[in-house]
Structures are given as structure tokens and as C-alpha cells.
Write a protein that binds this ligand. Structure first.
Ligand code: ARG
Length: 455
């Protein structure tokens, strides 16, 4: 492609270090779309003759078919997807192929391809996130009254309903969708026509190519257009944050399926056995999603490090962007699929959840609140009194709602039998009616909201 000023060929190691075709062949579809838009624009502006453009377009369409059908031969000596396609175009249409690269550089070409790819990756993430949200909302809809312990510090804190827990993840995932939408919005500008870095003297129409590719507008600054990779970083950071959310849910599934908890059960379809211990039912997919989070963060860190301190405009360092993006996109898609599958699959053991909710006096806050509401104690004093009652309950080996009234009155004489109205799990949960609270009445409203929103 650039033999004109070279006397000899590259060193052996160059053949190993320069090619990107092994991975950037994944951009073939985007590359052809970009070339089609560019070729048609060259025709419309009279930069290239109509006949040549027609030949180029037909040739590119043939190549697209060859690639889709797996008949295209990718060649490492042709370095990357751009040069592979151009070389094949020359074989098919002859000299006209040489006019396609007028007013264009691989620098704006690759930036265009990757933006098109990331736009699709954002759309895919959105669709998969919505599917996972639906699976969570389905579980929530059946468990608005299923009581489980809510934890802080992994200690039983206050009873909640399982739907409340599921919907917390639905909220997190909806912010993830917002991040992908934001990333998509900023990625959706066209670098095409920036050429190498300085623009071009040809009378190109960048609005036309931007429009043809569905970009909102051409990028204003040619130097920025070929240098910028923050759109990829935004995608990777949205993917990283999303993976961190998936890892929390995955981690909880690992805990909940452990016999020590027994809150949920995954069917055989989402469980693996052990080669030595016959009793095992391992939640592998959940563990793997949890584990893969680090890998997506690694992708983000790697690309940030590539871009850091890199002088404008293009540097071959930027060739390192694609594998990071592909790896993150593949990992995210796989993880979202696995999570949606597991969430839909899991069955809840209501008794186990309820039993666990009874341990550790989770209604102690309700007792303190009752002392405030009925006996008009300041909350700090009520907290202290409730603490003493909890200690006595522990001594007697009793749950709070099984404590004899006299035992409580020995600590706070004004306590009346109405206190038992708030000490049970159902009463506790039902009382938390504040906006966003765990009361089944509130949670059912949220389920309806999400069913409507996700329809
Ligand atoms: N293969 C290159 C990449 O992946 C394409 C752009 C190459 N541009 C250049 N001037 N060497 O980034």
C-alpha cells in the first residue's frame, strides 16, 4: 500500500507486531458501511466518477456477502481490516478500487468503525439489561409478601420483603441503561472525512456521510475526531459499573444458594456438580460473573492507560483499543445473559428466608420506634431500653415477640401489651410505608411501575 518510498520489506517481528486483522476483522461490517457512505459521497460531490463509484459499491457489497458467508480470506500481511477489504476490492473491481481512499485515511476510518461498533454495543447492553430487569420484576411480582432478613454489615438489620431486594437491582440496572444511553449519545458523531488529522482539500460532504451512517453530526474538529477514544472509555466505564452491579447480585446468589443460607435454589440447569464431592450443587455461573467483573475493569484501566499522555493525533498505540472493547462487550453480554437466566430460574424458599429473618432480633428498631411513639421517649433513650430488652431476650433464648410482657415491664414499666403489634415480622414490614419503603403496599406500587415501564 505504501511501497512507493520503501526499498526493503519489514523485519520479521514487524509481521508479528503490526497486524490487527486477527481482531479487527470483527469490524468488517462497520468498515464496509463506512466505505459505502464514503464512496457514495465521493460520487455525489463529483470527486470520483459515477461509473467508478458504482463499481466500488458493487464490489463492497460482494465483499460484505463473502464475509457474511465466511468465504473471505483475511490476510495477516495486509495488516488490518481496512487494507484487507481494499485489497480484495482491487481484485474484484480493478483500478477503481484505488479511488475509494480519496479524502480519507485509516485514522478516520478506524475511528468511524469503532464508533459504529460501540453504538451497537450500547444498544445490545440496553436490550440485555431490560431482559434482566424483567426477570427481576417477575420474581418481585410473586414475592411482595415474602419476608427475608435485610442486612447491613452482613448482620440481620430489619426484615424486608424479597421483592424489595429484587427491585433494588432493577433500579441499579436502570441507571446502567442510562449510562449506556449517555455513552451512545456522545459516541454518535462522525469522524469520517477528518482524513489523517487535518481534514482534506477535496470538496467532501461530511454531513452526507454522517447522515448515511446514522450519526447525529460530523465531529467539529478533525484532529479530535481521529485522536479521541473517550467514547470507548465511556462505554468501558459504563460496562465496568454495570459488571460491579452484576457481581453484587451474583455474590448474593452464591450466598443465598449456600446451604448455610438456603434462601434460593437454582435448578439443575444452572448448577454444576463436583468431581469429588457428590453432594455439591455449585452456582458456577454466578461465581463466574462475579469473577469476570475484574476483567472488564481491566479493559477500562488498560485503555485509559493507552490514551494517557498520548500526543495528538493518531498513534499506533490506539490500535490497542479494539481488543479491550471487544472483550468487555463479549463479557458483559455473556454475564447479562447468565444473570437473566439465573434470576428467572431461581426458586425461593420462603420458610428458610422467614426463619433467617427471625434470628437476631430484626424488629428491635420497631420496638424502639414504639417506645418513642407511645411512651414519648427520646429516640436515644428508646434505643437504650430496646437494647436492654434485646439482651434479656438473648438470655432467655427468646425472640422479641415471644418475650413475656412482664420481662419487658421489668425493664420499662410503662410498656403495654400493644407493643406486640409491632414486634412480629409482618407488622414490622407492613409499617414501613414511607416512599421507597419495604411495606408490601409500597413495593406492589413499584412492581406495577416497573411492569408498565418495561412493557
Ligand atoms: N489498524 C489500525 C488501528 O487499529 C488502523 C489505523 C491505522 N492508521 C495508521 N496510520 N497506521 O488503529
Amino acid at each position: 500500500m505504501w511501497g512507493g518510498r520503501f526499498d526493503s520489506g519489514p523485519a520479521g517481528v514487524m509481521k508479528d507486531i503490526t497486524p490487527s486483522i486477527d481482531f479487527d476483522k470483527r469490524l468488517a461490517r462497520q468498515d464496509i458501511a463506512g466505505s459505502l457512505a464514503h464512496a457514495r459521497m465521493l460520487g455525489a460531490t463529483g470527486i470520483v466518477s459515477a461509473d467508478d463509484v458504482e463499481a466500488i459499491v458493487k464490489g463492497l457489497e460482494t465483499i460484505a456477502r463473502e464475509i457474511a458467508e465466511g468465504r473471505f480470506v483475511f490476510r495477516r500481511e495486509l495488516e488490518d481490516i481496512h487494507l484487507n477489504i481494499e485489497a480484495r476490492l482491487k481484485e474484484i473491481v480493478g483500478d477503481a478500487a484505488g479511488r475509494l481512499h480519496t479524502a480519507r485515511s485509516r485514522n478516520d476510518q478506524v475511528a468511524t468503525d469503532l464508533r459504529l461498533y460501540i453504538r451497537e454495543a450500547c444498544d445490545e447492553a440496553d436490550a440485555r439489561l431490560a431482559a434482566l430487569q424483567r426477570a427481576l420484576v417477575d420474581q418481585a411480582a410473586t414475592h411482595c409478601e415474602t419476608i427475608m432478613p435485610g442486612f447491613t454489615h452482613m448482620q440481620p438489620a430489619q426484615p424486608i420483603v424479597f421483592a424489595h431486594h429484587c427491585l433494588a437491582y432493577v433500579e441499579m440496572l436502570s441507571r446502567d441503561r442510562g449510562r449506556f444511553a449517555d455513552a451512545r449519545g456522545r459516541a454518535n458523531e462522525s469522524p469520517l472525512g477528518a482524513a489523517a488529522l487535518a481534514g482534506t482539500s477535496f470538496p467532501i460532504d461530511r454531513d452526507a456521510t454522517a447522515r448515511a451512517l446514522g450519526f447525529a453530526r460530523p465531529m467539529r474538529n478533525a484532529l479530535d475526531a481521529v485522536s479521541a477514544r473517550d467514547f470507548a472509555l465511556e462505554y468501558l466505564s459504563a460496562a465496568t459499573i454495570c459488571m460491579s452491579h452484576l457481581s453484587r447480585l451474583a455474590g448474593e446468589i452464591v450466598q443465598w444458594t449456600s446451604p448455610a443460607f438456603g434462601f434460593v435454589r437454582l435448578s439443575d440447569s444452572f448448577t454444576t456438580g463436583s468431581s469429588i464431592m457428590p453432594q455439591k450443587r455449585n452456582p458456577d455461573a454466578a461465581e463466574l460473573v462475579r469473577g469476570k467483573t475484574g476483567r472488564v475493569l481491566g479493559d477500562f484501566v488498560a485503555l485509559t492507560t493507552v490514551v494517557k499522555g498520548l500526543a495528538l493525533a493518531y498513534g499506533s498505540d490506539l490500535q490497542e483499543d479494539k481488543e479491550r472493547v471487544f472483550d468487555a462487550a463479549d463479557t458483559l453480554a455473556l454475564s447479562l445473559r447468565a444473570m437473566a437466566g439465573m434470576v428467572a430460574d431461581l426458586t425461593v424458599d420462603k420458610d428458610a428466608m422467614r426463619k433467617a429473618a427471625q434470628a437476631g432480633h430484626p424488629t428491635a428498631t420497631d420496638l424502639a420506634d414504639w417506645l418513642v411513639g407511645r411512651l414519648k421517649l427520646p429516640f436515644r433513650e428508646a434505643h437504650h431500653v430496646a437494647g436492654r430488652i434485646v439482651r434479656r431476650a438473648d438470655e432467655l433464648g427468646l425472640a422479641l415477640d415471644a418475650m413475656p410482657l412482664a420481662e419487658m415491664q421489668a425493664i420499662a414499666p410503662a410498656i403495654a401489651k400493644e407493643v406486640f403489634d409491632v414486634l412480629g415480622l409482618e407488622a414490622s414490614v407492613a409499617s414501613r410505608v414511607s416512599y421507597g419503603g419495604t411495606a408490601p403496599a409500597r413495593v406492589r406500587e413499584q412492581v406495577l411501575f416497573w411492569q408498565e415501564t418495561l412493557r
